[in-house]
Design a protein around this ligand. Structure first.
Ligand code: SAM
Length: 216
């Protein structure tokens, strides 16, 4: 098993402001490890994690790859960006982190450039007014169907990804994977379920999206 990043530098005070790695984060690590051979074959040069929180997912992927890649992490919560950089450094990795909504501050510079996009979004079904613009609340509140934040990212994914690029997304059952699959089918993308696990009341899945092969 590939080692889980060391997050012993993070304290309960950090977790008052930044999402503490939980079952969803660890499912993401397990899914990426399961995808290891495919990720090595992909040889990503540019990876982008949206909503990096503690930085545990990007740090893990960075250490899993067999060659250096440029990692960009974003979070709407500025505390998360500081913590993401610390986690990478503590584990001998290097990531860039910036505060922005989704990756809007980086478009259109990243257009067609990103080989791997990762997002463990705020997916919990909540009233729309709870969808937060920063702070720890932004970690979980997903609004209607838990989809209000991730839905804003979906149309940006085809713009961001390089021709060989892949997008990994965590969802729960209530987010409606069939509907998400239909949205991506309209963009010319296929969807696969990489790994699923029940955690208490949540049924979590890691989904993977990639461009349909040209069949002409
Ligand atoms: C469920 S947490 C995941 C954190 C970390 N990636 C992990 O797996 O442990 C969701 C993260 O997304 C961030 N977030 C929420 N809305 C966002 C937005 N509009 N743009 C960027 N980040 C956002 C939150 O601040 C939080 O850090």
């Amino acid at each position: 098993m590939h080692p889980t990043p060391d997050i012993s530098h993070l304290t309960s005070a950090d977790y008052e402001d930044v999402y503490e790695p939980a079952e969803d984060s660890f499912l993401f690590l397990d899914a990426l490890e399961q995808e290891k051979d495919k990720l090595h074959a992909l040889r990503p040069s540019v990876c982008l994690e949206i909503g990096s929180g503690s930085g545990v997912v990007s740090t893990f992927l960075s250490s899993l790859l067999s060659h250096p890649a440029f990692f960009i992490c974003t979070d709407i919560n500025p505390r998360a960006n500081a913590v993401t950089k610390l986690t990478a450094k503590k584990n001998g990795m290097d990531v860039e982190a910036l505060t922005t909504d989704l990756c809007l501050g980086l478009l259109p510079r990243l257009q067609g450039q990103v080989d791997v996009v990762l997002f463990n979004p705020p997916y919990v079904v909540t009233p729309s007014h709870e969808v937060a613009q920063g702070g720890i609340e932004a970690s979980w509140a997903g609004g209607e169907r838990g989809r209000e934040v991730m839905d804003r990212l979906f149309p940006i994914i085809p713009e961001l990804l390089s021709p060989k690029g892949v997008f990994y997304l965590i969802i729960i059952k209530e987010n409606d994977s069939d509907d998400i699959s239909r949205i991506f089918a309209d963009f010319g993308f296929s969807m696969e379920s990489v790994l699923s696990r029940r955690s208490g009341p949540e049924f979590l899945s890691v989904l993977k999206f990639f461009r349909n092969k040209d069949v002409s």
